[in-house]
Write a protein that binds this ligand. Structure first.
Ligand SMILES: *[C@@H]1O[C@H](CO)[C@@H](O)[C@H](O)[C@H]1NC(C)=O
Ligand SMILES: *[C@@H]1O[C@H](CO)[C@@H](O)[C@H](O)[C@H]1NC(C)=O
Ligand SMILES: *[C@@H]1O[C@H](CO)[C@@H](O)[C@H](O)[C@H]1NC(C)=O
Length: 387
C-alpha cells in the first residue's frame, strides 16, 4: 500500500515536471500532442474553401467529383483523391481528422475544436491579396491569406479554449502545422506567364511566414512544423505551361530545373530564417519539414514505390502530354479520371494523389526529412501498420 502510494506520488511528480518543463513531449502515451492547429493552402485544406465557396455561392473545380472519391465517398474540399499529409499526421498522432475552421455557420461560433482546428484554405497565399495586387498578382480563389487565417484563430480562441491561461496551455500542447504556405504566391504569377523578381519577392513571402510563427510563439506555441515548398518543376501544370525546347529538364526525373531551383531557393531562405528563430527561442521546437526532398525521392524512382504510371502525368485531367489542360481541369466534365490513382504520383497537375501524400508523410514523420527529426521528438508508429 505504502509503496503503491509512493510510486503514485513519484508518477505525479514526473507528470508535473513534464508539464512544467519546456517541452510538451510526454514520456509515454500514444499522443505527444493534444491537438493540431493548422495554417496553409490546398496542401492542408480539409474543407475550408468548400465552406467559404458555398457561403458566397462560388464554385471551383477542386470542390467537385472526382476529388475525394477514393477515401471519402464524396468531395470534402481536399485537393486530392483522398487523404492529405495532415490527415496521415493526425492519424499517426492518434488524433481525429482535423476539422476545417469554417463550418455551416460561417467563421463565427467556433464549434468543438479541442483536438484540432484547421485554418488552411485552398488557394491561400502567404501575402495579403492587397500586397499581391500592388505587384499585379490576382488571387482568383480566396482572400484568406496567412494573416487572415491567424486573425480567425485569434478571434475564435475564447470559444475554442476559454480564458487566456487555458488558451496558452492549449496552444503549448498543440502541434502547429505552419504550411505549406507561400507556394500560391508564386503559382499565380508564374502560371500566368508573369516574371517575378526573386530577390525582392521571395524574402517578402518568407517574412510573412516568419512573422506569423513569431506571433504564435508569443501566444505560447511550443512545437511548430514548418514545411517548405514542393518541387513545383515536377508538377504537370508547370511542365505544361512553362515547358519549352529552351527549358532545361532534369534528365533523371523529367522535371523543370529552373522551377525546382526556385522552390529550393525559397526553402533555403526559409531554413535560414528558421535557424535564426531557433536561436531566439531555444525552448521552442521549430521543425523544418523538407517536402521538397521527401517528394523528390519519389520523383527519382516512382516505380520503386508502385507508381507504375510515373511521377509527372496527372491521373485526372483533360489531355496533353502530362494530362493537364487548363481549359479542362480535373473536376470539370471535360476532364477524365484514371482507373488506378494509386499508380500515379500526380493527381490533377498540381496536387498529388493520396498514395503519394501517404508516402511523403511517412518520409517526413517516420524518416529523415524533418529537422530536427520529428520521430526523435515524438515517435509515431501508425505509418508502418497503415502503409
Ligand atoms: C477579395 O477581396 C476583394 C476586395 O475586397 C474582392 O473584390 C474580391 O472579390 C475578393 N476575392 C475573393 C476570391 O473572395
Ligand atoms: C481559467 O479557467 C479555468 C477553468 O477552465 C480556471 O480554473 C482558471 O482559474 C481560469 N484562470 C483565469 C486566470 O481566469
Ligand atoms: C484541352 O481541353 C479543351 C476543352 O475541352 C479541348 O478542346 C482541347 O483539345 C484540349 N487539349 C488537349 C491538348 O487535349
Amino acid at each position: 500500500m505504502a509503496s503503491r502510494s509512493s510510486s503514485l506520488a513519484s508518477l505525479l511528480v514526473i507528470m508535473i515536471l513534464h508539464l512544467w518543463s519546456n517541452t510538451v513531449f510526454y514520456v509515454t502515451g500514444s499522443s505527444c500532442f493534444t491537438s493540431i492547429i493548422s495554417f496553409g493552402d490546398s496542401l492542408a485544406d480539409t474543407g475550408n474553401l468548400k465552406q467559404l465557396a458555398s457561403i458566397s455561392d462560388q464554385q471551383f473545380p477542386v470542390l467537385l467529383s472526382p476529388y475525394g472519391e477514393n477515401f471519402y465517398d464524396h468531395s470534402t474540399g481536399r485537393c486530392s483523391n483522398g487523404r492529405l499529409i495532415i490527415d496521415f499526421l493526425a492519424e499517426s498522432l492518434g488524433l481525429p481528422l482535423i476539422p476545417p475552421f469554417v463550418h455551416e455557420k460561417g467563421i463565427d461560433n467556433a464549434i468543438a475544436f479541442g483536438q484540432g482546428v484547421n485554418f488552411a484554405v485552398a488557394g491561400a497565399t502567404a501575402l495579403d491579396s492587397s500586397v499581391l495586387e500592388t505587384r499585379g498578382i490576382v488571387n482568383p480563389m480566396t482572400n484568406a491569406s496567412l494573416r487572415v487565417q491567424l486573425e480567425w484563430f485569434k478571434h475564435s480562441l475564447p470559444s475554442i479554449c476559454g480564458n487566456a491561461s487555458d488558451c496558452r496551455k492549449f496552444i503549448g500542447n498543440s502541434l502547429i502545422l505552419m504550411g505549406e504556405i507561400g507556394g500560391n504566391d508564386y503559382n499565380y504569377p508564374i502560371l500566368d506567364g508573369k516574371l517575378i523578381n526573386e530577390d525582392s519577392f521571395v524574402p517578402l513571402v518568407i517574412d510573412s511566414i516568419v512573422s506569423t510563427i513569431n506571433e504564435l510563439i508569443e501566444m505560447g506555441a511550443q512545437t511548430l512544423v514548418v514545411p517548405g515548398n514542393l518541387p513545383v518543376g515536377c508538377s504537370g501544370a508547370y511542365l505544361t505551361i512553362c515547358g519549352s525546347e529552351t527549358e532545361e529538364y532534369d534528365p533523371k526525373t523529367g522535371c523543370l530545373v529552373r522551377l525546382n531551383e526556385f522552390a529550393e531557393y525559397h526553402n533555403e531562405l526559409l531554413q535560414k530564417k528558421l535557424n535564426h528563430l531557433r536561436e531566439l527561442h531555444p525552448n521552442v521546437n521549430i521543425i523544418y519539414a523538407d517536402y521538397y526532398n521527401a517528394a523528390m525521392q519519389i520523383y527519382r524512382s516512382p516505380e520503386k514505390y508502385g507508381f507504375t504510371n510515373g511521377g509527372l502525368k496527372a491521373c485526372c485531367g483533360g489531355g496533353g502530354p502530362y494530362n493537364f489542360n487548363s481549359s479542362a481541369e480535373c473536376g470539370l466534365t471535360s476532364a477524365s479520371v484514371c482507373d488506378e490513382p494509386d499508380t500515379y504520383v500526380c493527381w490533377d497537375g498540381i496536387h498529388l494523389t493520396e498514395a503519394a501524400y501517404k508516402l511523403i508523410a511517412n518520409n517526413l514523420f517516420q524518416g529523415g526529412y524533418t529537422t530536427p527529426q520529428f520521430n526523435s521528438l515524438c515517435p509515431t508508429s501508425i505509418f508502418s501498420s497503415s502503409m
